[in-house]
Design a protein around this ligand. Structure first.
Ligand code: SF4
Length: 449
């Protein structure tokens, strides 16, 4: 680590899975607006679907997601019934039947659903949308609760990618975060899914967990590499117990400090690369023949709410409580309260809680931030030309950002901004200099590294 970077490690900055980020969405975007946006979509373009399941069978203490414990399955099955109605509500507002090129189930834990319920929703989606032959069908899963019956159904439905939150294999860390899943349990889930045709596997890892060290993380990465997942994501644990109350189960004194976090992130990235993976953006890694690595090499890497993606669709429809959609006109987010979400749907209303209508300036800044997050550099002149920006936009925006970006972290060459060597982990901080919505004093985002 370059010593001059140390002071920036704890600055709270967004993860930029969208721009503007969700805290800047507004109540003024309602069901009527969303219906008009859906009605104006062009069916020549494929779209993507995201289906959200906010339930889990167990609670991990580090979790910052909006999830609920599935104490009784009747709550989950009621949710599935409502999700089926939401598929109908949304499809009814589209001008015609649309092709789907990517479909992703996230949560929570989507495999909390019974296999029959998962199949019911997928059947409903296939009734109203055309899932194209080479579509990516992905599902997040939990090795602790994944049953053989579910593995078999996932294969029959035709999912071709599955992801697991592996996080860390050290037993002490696992016990402290309440997520006990030994390597053999994860290996069995991976082999089971591969055996039914799920050819692509993603693992998520976390650094900065309680009792975690550079050594425990290195060992975890070695075990993971042996299972050869196609993609690995490496996230920093965001300790925000004032927001995620369950994180109060994690003691501050058990957490690594900022310098140790930086060391864990850097060493883990080097280890993963040494196992033959390619770096993708800020925190993802993929085998050289994985579509994410191929898209990166072709300049086609994108960033959306699931992180880095090959998905080129301009429309992402979110289904389920809390889910976020992105349309050419802007963003929409369903309400997070499952009760209110279900009531809206049962009354025949799209369950939108808030959203954001993009203006030209947002689109320009979104392109700069996405380029930085994907490739560590952005050419503002080029973006201005592509989007017919007003004369002088690139120069003025660059010069304002240059005043904000701490010295040494980025290099400005004309109207081009590049991350300085060794500053890659601070990319979110550089991106934030182009975020005109961000109140720089706010502290609700996670730290920079
Ligand atoms: S980390 Fe994943 S499995 Fe654990 S509680 Fe959160 S959403 Fe559920």
């Amino acid at each position: 680590m370059r010593p001059e970077f140390a002071e920036y490690l704890t600055r709270p900055v967004p993860r930029y899975t969208s721009y503007p980020t969700a805290p800047h969405f507004q109540d003024s975007i309602d069901a009527e607006t969303y219906a008009s946006w859906l009605g104006a979509l062009d069916n020549a373009e494929p779209l993507s679907l995201y289906l959200h399941v906010p339930f889990c069978s167990k609670v991990c203490w580090y979790c910052g997601c909006n999830m609920k414990l599935a104490a009784r399955y009747s709550t989950v099955s009621d949710y599935v019934d409502t999700l089926l109605r939401e598929v109908e509500l949304v499809a009814d507002r589209l001008p015609s039947r649309f092709n789907v090129s990517h479909l992703h189930w996230g949560g929570g834990t989507p495999t909390t659903l019974l296999p029959d319920d998962l199949a019911r929703v997928m059947d409903a989606v296939s009734e109203r949308f055309e899932i194209v032959g080479d579509a990516e069908l992905a599902i997040e899963s939990d090795p602790r609760t994944l049953t053989e019956e579910m593995i078999s159904r996932i294969g029959k439905i035709g999912f071709n990618r599955a992801s697991f939150g592996v996080q860390e294999f050290d037993p002490k860390v696992q016990a402290t975060i309440n997520r006990v899943q030994p390597p053999d349990m994860v290996r069995a889930a991976v082999e089971g899914l591969r055996g039914v045709g799920v050819s692509a596997i993603n693992f998520d890892l976390i650094y900065g967990l309680p009792h975690q060290t550079v050594e425990t993380l290195s060992e975890t990465i070695g075990i993971c590499a042996n299972m050869r997942p196609d993609r690995l994501a490496l996230f920093g644990y965001a300790h925000v117990p004032w927001v995620a109350k369950r994180q109060r189960m994690i003691r501050n004194e058990d957490l690594p400090g900022a310098a140790e976090r930086f060391e864990q992130a850097s060493t883990a990235a080097a280890d993963i690369l040494a196992y033959g993976y390619r770096q993708i953006g800020m925190d993802h890694f993929a085998l050289p023949d994985d579509p994410l690595a191929l898209a990166t090499a072709k300049g086609l890497l994108r960033r959306n709410f699931q992180g880095y993606t090959t998905d080129q669709a301009t429309t992402l429809i979110g289904l389920g409580a809390t889910s976020i959609g992105r349309l050419p006109q802007g963003y929409v987010q369903n309400g997070a309260d499952t009760g209110a979400w279900a009531r809206a749907i049962n009354q025949g209303r799209l369950p939108i809680g808030k959203g954001y209508e993009l203006i030209a300036e947002d689109r320009l800044r979104a392109a700069v931030i996405e380029a930085l997050m994907c490739y560590g550099e952005a050419d503002l002149d080029q973006i201005a030309r592509q989007q017919n920006a007003e004369a002088g936009w690139a120069e003025e925006t660059c010069s304002k950002a240059q005043e904000i970006v701490p010295s040494g972290i980025a290099v400005f060459e004309g109207q081009k901004v590049l991350l300085a060597e060794g500053a890659e982990p601070l990319v979110r901080l550089v991106a934030s200099a182009f975020d005109s919505h961000l109140h720089r004093s706010e502290s609700r985002h996670s730290v920079a590294v």
